[in-house]
Structure formats: structure tokens, C-alpha cells
Design a protein around this ligand. Sequence first.
Ligand SMILES: *Cc1c(COP(=O)(O)O)cnc(C)c1O
Length: 369
Amino acid sequence: MQRPYNFSAGPAAIPEEVLQRAAAEMLDWHGSGMSVMEMSHRGKEFLSIYEAAEAGLRSLLAVPQHFKILFMQGGGLAENAIVPLNLSRAAGVDFVVTGSWSQKSQKEARKYASEVNIVASGESSGFTTLPDPASWTPSVGASYLHICSNETINGIEFHELPDLKALGSDAPLVIDFSSHVASRPVDWSRVGLAFGGAQKNLGPAGLTIVVVREDLIGQALPACPSAFDYKLVAENHSMFNTPPTWGIYMAGLTFDWLARQSEGSARGIAAMELRNIAKAELLYGAIDNSDLYLNKVAANCRSRMNVPFFLRDESLNDAFLAGARERGLLQLKGHKSVGGMRASIYNAMPLAGVQALVDYLREFEKTRA
Ligand SMILES: *Cc1c(COP(=O)(O)O)cnc(C)c1O
């Protein structure tokens, strides 16, 4: 039986091989007589799962040794508070607003930082363009500068991380990479901290990944909850409190799966990037070459992961979605704040799934012409 193609923005599709392995190991993990969900987080079985997951992520994303990898809970939204609680030193922080997620992040930071400066915004374009970093004016002495490197709702992606030093800023760059983590390499030389919920590209909801430069740890505000203090979490190897064990296990299986992917001579993340470029080109090409569909995002910042699009005749929306469901193309309805459609084509979506969607786009357009 072939499973349908799932275009959900998150929680999102998980590679079938990962689901199968989890199913096979569900009742008895490696002869332990236990499901991973039933194990003590301090027992040797789970510790081996945790260590393999951490090493897997470090190797996949080429995370340098001077960064800590933390497995936390609370999702991306909790990090909107946890980052300023740990990094703001109650001083000013900078934000670049490029869509719904960075907008939410800067609002939350106002609770903890003494000042929030919007150093650039794409709002006047209706969030269809990325403000050119050359035009940003970072403030002097800001504790950090936050961007959302892939705006899941607006379909906007930074294809190159900004070089803050070149803009005259010493502030560490904070990136919310929830919805494109592991889809492409990360230039860690430009990053101070990266965070992301796992439920888009790494596994089930409940796990949050934080990758943070060591020198930024240890400056939490007094009000920071202990369980969210990066120093305590790091010192305790993400086991200050019970970590999301199932999420860590599933992410570990996903890291294994990613490491085994290849495209030509490329392996792991490099292979995923090639595959993701091919998928995105196929889908944007079909949208741009049609008279029915429309994507409004500027070509240089279109997301490879989240592709929002509209039917020029919106009265056809329901028929479009019903026909898609019939063909096993699921969860294509757009975010309520944007409307229209959205196809999220994360790592777990094969090229064949995007091809099936493109075939359907053409077929639907023909029958409505
Ligand atoms: C999904 C998402 C979040 C929110 O994550 P939660 O786990 O729901 O808190 C944050 N940022 C981005 C970019 C996202 O795509």
C-alpha cells in the first residue's frame, strides 16, 4: 500500500523508513524488553540513544565543538521567551521582521528585553520580499539580533545568513530555523544561537533543538526558569529535568536516515539540499508557468520548504482541495492568516510527491480552463 503524500506545515510528514523502524522497535527496543517511552532517561539504554542523537546532529549539521547542542521542550514559541531570558542581559535586542514568525518573536521579547529595535522589516511588501541586509541598521550594543531564517507561513527563506560583522555589529545572530533545519547546511561562523521545534523536519512535536555558542551561556536573567536556563541544561546534558525522550529517539532515527541519503556523490545534508532544490524548482516552475496559480514571493527569497500559492479564481479552492485529497495529496490548505494553499515539502517529501502534486496542478487547471 502506498501512503498518501502529506504536505502539512507541521507537525509534518516523517520519513516512512523512520516510522517503520520505530514501529518495529516499539514494544522491545534492542532486546531491552521496553519501549523507548518506558525507559528511565538516566538508564544506559536511553543514554546511548541520547548520545547517538546528539552526535548524529552534530555530525550532520557540522556543528563546531564550541557550540552546545541542547534538547529542550516548549517548541519554537517558548524559545521566543527563553532566548531573551538567557541572552538579553536586560539590554536592547534587535529584530529583523520578515513574516509572521519573526513578528511573534519580537512581540514576546518585549516582555524580557529593555528595548526591542526593529532594524528592518518586510511588512510594507506584504512580506513578499526580504529586506536587503545592506540596508539594515543594527543598534550599537544590542545583546543579539534575531531573524527567522525560514518563514513557514509566508514562504520566505534566507538563502544566505547575514554577516553581522560586515554590518558593523558585534551582536550574535539568533536564528529560528524551525522549518528548514537539516534541509541545507548552516554557516555556523555567522551564528550565535539557532533554535527549532522538531515537528517540521526532525520528528514528532515535543522536542526543541537549541544549538548555542558556549560563550553565550551563563548570563540568564534571575527570572529565567531553571529548566530553561541554558547553563543548567547544558551542564546536565539536557537532563536537568526529564527530557522529551520519545522525541529525541525519533529525531535520532531521522538523523540516521538523513546521513544515509545520497544524490550523486553528495551525502547527508548536502544530498538533501540538492534534492530540496530540485523539488522547489519543480513546484515553483509549475506555479509560474500556469495561468491559474500564483506565488507572490520574490524569486530570490522563495522558501524551498514552504510554498504558499493562490488560485487566481478563489471560488475553486474547495474543489481543488477535494480533488487533491482524492489523489492522496493531503493538507494543502493555506495558513488561515494568508489563505490560499500551501505545500510544505520538507525532507520527508520525496521528489515523486512533488511530481504528483505538479501533475495534479496541471490536470486541475486543464479541467477548469
Ligand atoms: C512551527 C514554528 C514555530 C513554532 O513552534 P511551536 O513548536 O509551535 O512553538 C516557530 N517558528 C517557526 C519558524 C515555525 O515554523
